[in-house]
Write a protein of this length. Structure first.
Length: 229
């Protein structure tokens, strides 16, 4: 089985990759199109040169690494799927869409990268991918409220046996982490499982609030389809 797990940044996507990496029957890949995305766009992301040196810059070469025994979990950023990038590999995959309220995404992303656009946080791109491929939608609220119930429901939706090993992982990182992990993965490196439920939504002001309002319709369209254990 090939699982295409789409999300935007700051969306429990790394923790979910770690969960699937604990399965003996599953290999994982961390944002395999990141270097191709940076090469195409020319964007100046943190650790840009390290990312470019670590992966194929030609998007057509990326799917050549999509093999796993017997299952493969692909942690994919929706905004990395640029027009013209190959998508034939995604036909027949099981698609998972990880979502999180945009107020939380924007507040968290802003700690690491002060300037952002709607395209940077991936909501329009993810909504378009859901329209194209469908799949299972899982909200971070659901995961953090009851990780075991959420993962059991997800595995059932994917037609994959639940494995209790998914509920925890060793601290310190994963050997499948991308080259950008030192900048972005500090919190998950210090964890051994999913965090507790979050508190009230953060209060945003100015441009951050406007960005949240622009992202909300895409989030709400996906949220309407979310898995409810």
């Amino acid at each position: 089985m090939r699982i295409a797990a789409w999300s935007g940044p700051r969306n429990l996507s790394t923790a979910m990759m770690y969960a699937f990496a604990q399965r003996a029957d599953c290999d994982v890949r961390d944002e395999p199109f990141y270097a191709a995305y940076l090469s195409r766009t020319g964007l100046d992301h943190p650790m840009r040169e390290a990312v470019l040196a670590s992966q194929p810059r030609d998007a057509a070469q990326v799917p050549e690494g999509f093999s796993g025994t017997p299952h493969l979990y692909l942690k994919l950023m929706a905004h990395h799927a640029l027009a013209g990038f190959p998508m034939d590999w995604a036909e027949g995959a099981r698609h998972l869409h990880l979502i999180r309220h945009p107020a939380r995404v924007i507040a968290s992303y802003g700690v690491k990268r002060a300037e952002m656009t709607l395209e940077d946080i991936g909501f329009p791109q993810q909504a378009a991918l859901f329209e194209r491929f469908g799949g299972t939608v899982l909200d971070s609220v659901t995961i953090r409220a009851d990780p075991e119930a959420a993962l059991r429901a997800l595995c059932a939706a994917l037609e994959l046996p639940f494995d209790p090993a998914m509920l925890s992982w060793p601290s310190g990182g994963c050997d499948r982490d991308g080259a950008w992990a030192p900048h972005w993965y500090g919190a998950v490196h210090g964890s051994t499982g999913f965090a507790d439920p979050e508190g009230p939504l953060p209060v945003l002001e100015g441009a951050a609030r406007d960005l949240c309002e622009a992202a909300l319709p895409y989030y709400e369209a996906l949220e309407a389809h979310r898995l409810r254990p």
